[in-house]
Design a protein around this ligand. Structure first.
Ligand code: FRU
Length: 897
């Protein structure tokens, strides 16, 4: 607070501004400390100390500032009386009370004065000299304080008044000081050096008195001069210590009155009654009372220290209090918030409960409504499902009659071709339109499959150019007929891509049909395959010079059932939609451009990385049955004519298991020209097969009593029929049923509608394969043990057959009848099984076995012909010789030579 003479004030406090003359000596410092201590005891008091540093002008301006700050009271200890008087007057005029301490101003316009009586101080000093004197004549030197300050003048006045009445005491010299020892040392030294005898020195304060002693001592005269000082401070080098040390004769107590000044100032501010002049008690301290005084002062200082400690403790407590108070306030605040929140929570709970009840009611309503909606939705779903099923079922149903129509027309075409009759245009019309109808049915089914997400891709490595070229060729006839410039080009004929050939075939077919539909005669259509080498893609462009697509409609081209506004032709609007979906199934894309005509661009990825593992088929899988679908309006009729090269050969037997009597009849009529036909409507499928042991079986999947897969599985497990190639015929084209067919052991799997010619080809291929196998068997009769390439059932049968023959080789009684009994099958079944598997009569097989063995024995042993004949089961050596000669062209004896 020192030096800070301007402060922001608080209303409740008493602001005391103290203008201290200086603070560079212990007396002033003890005054300041006493004031501060007293002020700190009173919380309402705010003390501002301004140190003028012994500069009069500074003191004036500091007091002026205190006036401006409107402190409640100003305490002034004037450096000099005269110059400070006007500013004190100004304060009084400004209604600020002024308490003058220690030194006085010139007039008595101040509010109050507090300090010791300096005239009395001078008197006490003089009386002390008189009292201690024993000599007749005494020389005294007076050393005064600063001229112009009231204590210096009054002390001198009091002193002289007493001394002047004493004839034997003479003031030989007065030295004017300024309260500090340096101000008098030189003059006093000179005095001592000149004047012989100085008995007493009265210095106006202890600091100058000590200076006198130091000068006297420097001249070795300290014991001869008695010195009296003023102040009587209990500090190091203070008056009490100097008296105690014998430096001073005595010191006159001059209390600073700091404590009393604050008390009085508060009383003045509070308008309590007070005295204008407040005189502090003074006394002499000499060797007689110095110890008591010191003890007293020590105790006072001790108490002060204690008070200060307590104040500090109080301060700390106060800080704690404020902190705790703040904490308490915060806690209270928080508690208030918690309480409010608790109240709000309770309110919310009630509101929520109420809302919950409302919500429950609403929920229940919604549940009821949802139930109703679900029921309606279920009904709608079921009704839709029923409609879809009807529509899908009908579509399936359409397929068989269409197949029959197509096959019948093919048959007519066959006959016409054989008889060399030209094909009527009406027949061609029926044929083309049946195909169109079939395609439409297929598209409807595909559309449904797409909707149900039931399309499973079965991609396989395909040469794109060859694939495209095959389809290209299907359309070439039409192009020729209409003089359309139809071309195909490719920048990389070796390029292989992974596609589902069946699905991509539909895409190509749709895009080309579209192009042909809208391109007028003499126009151009082109397929252009571009391998984009720098990227992992290939693009196929289908361009035509047709009517194109209006710009505003180009966006909608791939929407289902879309029909362009410039399209006057019949269109289902499904083809392009299906094409797009099918290309996208391949993770590819198809876009359309229309400038002069239309251009569809298919983009496909190269490689197989973009497909799931289970979508990728191995090459040379079972014949892809879908490849055999009818695909095109522009079918090359000539390819339908099948030449039967071997019409005179023994007929193979064929069992057809089919519950559709029309189809059954149709197939029977068609096939009986070349095969011996047995039929079953499915009710006795397996019995019939066991009975007949046909060379080939064609079996429908949807049979009334058991599925075609089950029939197939039973027959393939039984060794009587396990060897018979089986063709499964179905309207179901899914991957699952294809797999089921494979598991059941089917040799071929044809989806309806199937081409008759394809069926014929398939039958012939299977029979051919069977012949190959048979040839292999026949040529390995004696090696059969080592042959393991047959399926398990076949292997087991042949093992058993051969074992029985081997075990009975020397038994002439063992014949075909016995063999059938041992194999637990009928003689006829054995006959047909062996004939079908090994291609020969079973009795010939038995004889061959015996003859081969006999030949071996003839070559490798010394047994006689007769012995060998009996050993290999011939009843007589003569019969053995006859049959041996028949088989090997020479009698048995010739082997021996
Ligand atoms: C302190 C002092 C004291 C003296 C007083 C007179 O500054 O010099 O030694 O008694 O002032 O005002």
């Amino acid at each position: 607070m020192l030096c800070s003479c301007s402060n922001i004030k608080s209303k409740d406090k008493i602001y005391i501004g103290f203008s201290q003359a200086m603070s560079n000596d212990d007396w002033r410092r003890s005054m300041n400390e006493a004031m501060k201590l007293q002020a700190s005891l009173d919380h309402d008091v705010e003390l501002i100390i301004c140190d003028a540093n012994n500069e009069v002008q500074k003191q004036i301006s500091q007091i002026d500032q205190l006036i401006k700050d409107s402190v409640d009271i100003i305490i002034v200890s004037p450096i000099l009386s005269k110059p400070i008087t006007p500013i004190v007057q100004k304060a009084i005029d400004s209604k600020i009370p002024v308490l003058v301490v220690d030194r006085k101003t010139e007039n008595e316009t101040y509010t109050a004065y507090l300090g010791a009586d300096n005239i009395e101080v001078g008197r006490i000093a003089a009386n002390r000299i008189i009292a201690s004197n024993s000599k007749d004549s005494i020389n005294v030197v007076e050393i005064t304080g600063l001229v112009g300050s009231s204590p210096a003048e009054e002390r001198s006045l009091g002193f002289r008044k007493v001394i002047d009445g004493q004839p034997n005491i003479k003031i030989i010299e007065t030295i004017g000081g300024n309260w500090e020892s340096e101000s008098i040392e030189e003059n006093f030294k000179n005095l001592l050096n000149n004047s012989a005898s100085v008995d007493y020195v009265f210095a106006h304060n202890d600091r100058m008195a000590r200076g006198v002693w130091q000068v006297a001592r420097s001249l070795g005269k300290e014991n001869r001069i008695r010195i009296i000082g003023v102040d009587g401070l209990n500090t190091l080098n203070g008056g009490i210590q100097l008296v105690k040390d014998g430096v001073l004769e005595a010191t006159i107590l001059y209390p600073s009155g700091g404590e009393e000044a604050i008390k009085l100032a508060v009383e003045i501010v509070k308008n309590e009654s007070f005295a204008k002049n407040n005189i502090l008690t003074t006394t002499v301290i000499d060797k007689f009372n110095v110890n008591i005084m010191k003890d007293q002062y020590d105790k006072i200082y001790e108490q002060r220290a204690q008070i200060e400690n307590q104040l500090e403790a109080i301060g700390q407590q106060q800080e704690k209090y404020y902190a705790q108070n703040n904490l308490l306030k915060v806690t209270m605040g928080l508690l208030a918030i918690i309480f409010s929140l608790a109240l709000y929570s309770i309110y919310s709970i009630f509101t929520i409960r109420k809302k919950n009840r409302q919500l429950e009611l609403t929920t229940n309503k919604v549940i009821v409504q949802r139930g109703q909606i679900e029921k309606i939705a279920q009904e709608v779903k079921e009704s839709n499902e029923a409609k879809f099923n009807l529509y899908t079922g009908l579509s399936h149903e359409f397929k068989t009659p269409i197949t029959l129509i197509l096959s019948s027309i093919e048959s007519i075409l066959d006959t016409a071709k054989v008889k060399g009759i030209g094909i009527m245009s009406e027949v061609e019309l029926i044929y083309n339109n049946s195909n169109r109808l079939l395609r439409l049915v297929n598209q409807l089914l595909d559309f449904r499959k797409l909707e149900d997400r039931k399309f499973t891709l079965r991609v396989s490595k395909t040469n794109l150019y060859t694939f495209s070229n095959t389809i290209f060729k299907d359309f070439e006839r039409e192009a020729k007929k209409r003089n359309i410039n139809f071309t195909i080009e490719c920048n990389d004929e070796a390029l292989d891509v992974y596609i589902d050939r069946n699905l991509m075939d539909k895409v190509y077919f749709n895009l080309l049909s579209n192009a042909f539909k809208f391109t007028p005669d003499n126009g151009s259509i082109s397929i252009s395959i571009i391998n984009v080498f720098e990227k992992n893609i290939v693009k196929v462009y289908f361009s035509d010079t047709g009517i194109g697509i209006p710009k505003s409609e180009i966006e909608n081209v791939f929407q289902p059932f879309f029909k362009g506004s410039n399209n006057r032709k019949n269109s289902s609007g499904m083809g392009l939609h299906l094409s797009k979906e099918l290309v996208e199934l391949h993770k590819g894309s198809v876009v359309v451009r229309s400038k002069q005509g239309a251009e569809f661009i298919i983009t496909l990825f190269k490689g197989q990385g973009h497909f799931d593992e289970n979508e990728v088929m191995l090459e040379n899988d079972m014949v892809d049955p879908n490849q055999l679908d009818f695909g095109s309006d522009y079918f090359d009729h000539e390819s339908y004519f099948m030449e039967n090269e071997d019409s005179n050969s023994e007929k193979y037997s064929l069992l057809i298991i089919e519950d559709n009597s029309d189809l059954l009849l149709f197939l029977k009529n068609k096939l009986q020209i070349e095969y011996e036909i047995y039929i079953s409507n499915g009710s006795d499928a397996t019995e019939k097969a066991f009975e007949v042991i046909p060379d080939i079986i064609i079996c429908d999947v949807n049979l009334p009593y058991q599925t075609g897969f089950e029939v197939c599985a039973i027959l393939k497990r039984d060794w009587r029929t396990s060897h018979i190639p089986t063709i499964i015929l179905t309207a179901m084209g899914g991957k699952e049923s294809y797999l089921e067919g494979l598991q059941a052991g089917a040799d071929l799997y044809l989806t309806k509608p199937f081409s008759y010619s394809v069926l014929m080809q398939s039958i012939q291929s299977l029979l051919f394969n069977r012949e190959k196998l048979r040839y292999y068997y026949t040529n390995s009769i004696n090696k059969l043990d080592a042959v393991s390439s047959f399926n398990n059932v076949e292997q087991e049968f042949l093992d058993r057959l051969n074992r029985l023959i081997k075990n009975n080789l020397d038994n002439s009684e063992f014949n075909v009848e016995q063999l059938a009994v041992d194999l637990a099958i009928s003689r006829m079944q054995l006959y047909r099984k062996v004939k079908a598997t090994l291609g020969i009569n079973v009795s010939d097989y038995l004889n061959n076995f015996r003859l081969d063995k006999a030949k071996q024995l003839l070559e490798k042993t010394d047994l006689t012909v007769s012995e060998i004949a009996y050993k290999t089961g011939f009843s007589s050596p003569n019969y053995f010789s006859t049959v041996f000669k028949k088989k090997y062209g020479a009698p048995p004896n010739s082997i021996r030579i």
